[in-house]
Ligand binder design. Structure first.
Ligand SMILES: [Zn+2]
Ligand SMILES: [Zn+2]
Length: 389
């Protein structure tokens, strides 16, 4: 097949996914299209116990380890405003995070690896993961045990800050742990003129708002990134009543794992000191991604061999459920330059389709080289502990 025919075939696949976005856990047509593609190229499909999403497996001609490549396949409830000829055909839904790009890349990586399978040393499992945007798809995939014998995992994401032909590579955290909390305080309502008869939850809430910032300034290593924002405060409904309750809501974003505890202790102790009661509802999102340094040399070397530029990814306080895999097995999350655009999740977000082919070639070579490096003992997959901030 000529290069231009191959290029057209890839972009056609990408256009189809872009035109047919589906939300988290509703990726039925998307999964159907992935299945059809894999069946066409005789690639083994692993029937996972999942409603949407699936895995493909390529068995090499030689013995060796098992590694995984992961892409996400879901879209967002965003009305597209790009005016692209292949814009979303579905009202109110859009691939505004580039997961259509990820899916297309991994389908063609599967095809390429399948063609080269005789030369592979081990097995490659490609995960087409549902529901990244709802932050829980990875947990569903983990439950299927498809990763139980996997030694290492790679993930990818489009990056609008990097030009086409550039990859962003860095060890350690690249995205943050994103948690959300609600604090419900119960004091004792009373007349504003008789504070001694009540317990003022407004005062307690105010102390929490102020002292919570001491976690960022006093408990986190100044060289680590982290933030705590209390974004909603609600209490009372008139001027001469000390209310019975108060409520706070906010988010904690950190690059480490361990400082979530500190907030609970602080809130409980402040409440206790005032005689108020505090109930904390904590909605834990994914932890921070934690790229295992052992993969960095091979990820960078393959990029250079492929004629790609390597940049150090700057960390983001956004979240990514790939981090759940990295809690189980060593993994590495790589950013792929897709050219300038409106930001991810914006109705005018878009990727440059010229970035497809280099990404396919890159991950094909990376999978091959990683298997070989593990088999030859040159690479020993291992996860370093996340920093204790
Ligand atoms: Zn997203
Ligand atoms: Zn995304």
């Amino acid at each position: 097949m000529s290069d231009s025919t191959f290029y057209n075939q890839i972009t056609e696949t990408f256009h189809w996914f872009h035109q047919n976005p589906e939300l988290s856990f509703e990726e039925y047509e998307t999964t159907g299209r992935i299945r059809e593609f894999l069946e066409y190229y005789n690639i083994r499909i692993l029937d996972l116990d999942l409603k949407t999403g699936l895995a493909a497996e390529i068995q090499g001609g030689n013995d060796g380890p098992v590694i995984a490549l992961r892409c996400d396949i879901d879209a967002l409830p965003v009305q597209e405003e790009t005016e692209l000829p292949y814009a979303s055909a579905i009202t109110g839904k859009m691939h505004a995070c580039g997961h259509d790009f990820h899916t297309t890349v991994m389908l063609y990586v599967a095809k390429e690896l399948q063609e080269q399978r005789k030369h592979l040393h081990g097995r490659i499992r490609i995960l087409f993961q549902p529901a990244e945007e709802s932050s829980v798809g990875a947990l569903e995939v983990i439950k299927t045990k498809v990763l139980d014998d996997v030694g290492g995992i790679y993930g990818l994401h489009t990056d609008i800050t990097l030009p086409v032909g550039t990859v962003g590579i860095v060890s350690g955290s690249v995205t943050a742990a994103v948690d959300r909390f609600t604090v419900r305080l119960t004091g004792k309502g009373t007349h504003a003129a008789h504070p001694q008869d009540g317990i003022d939850p407004v005062l307690t809430a105010s102390q929490i708002v102020t002292l919570a910032q001491s976690i960022v300034s006093r408990n986190i290593d100044p060289f680590s990134q982290g933030l705590l924002s209390i974004t909603r405060v609600a209490a009372g409904n008139t001027w001469n009543v000390i209310p019975q309750t108060a409520e706070l809501e906010g988010t904690v974003r950190t690059m480490g794992r361990h400082n979530r505890r500190r907030f609970r202790t602080l809130v409980q102790h402040i409440a206790l000191s005032q005689g108020a009661e505090a109930e904390i509802e904590w909605l834990a999102g994914p932890p921070a991604t934690n790229n295992a340094p052992c993969f960095e040399p091979v990820a960078a070397a393959v990029a250079t061999e492929q004629g790609l530029k390597v940049k150090t990814s700057s960390p983001s306080l956004g979240g990514e459920d790939f981090a759940f895999y990295q809690e189980k097995i060593p993994g590495f999350f790589i950013r792929i330059g897709t050219g300038e655009s409106y930001p991810n999740h914006h109705p005018k977000f878009q990727v440059d389709t010229n970035a497809l082919k280099p990404a396919i070639d890159y991950f094909t070579a990376l999978a091959q080289k990683t298997l070989f490096a593990i088999k030859s003992g040159e690479l020993i997959p291992a996860q370093e502990e996340a920093s204790d901030d």
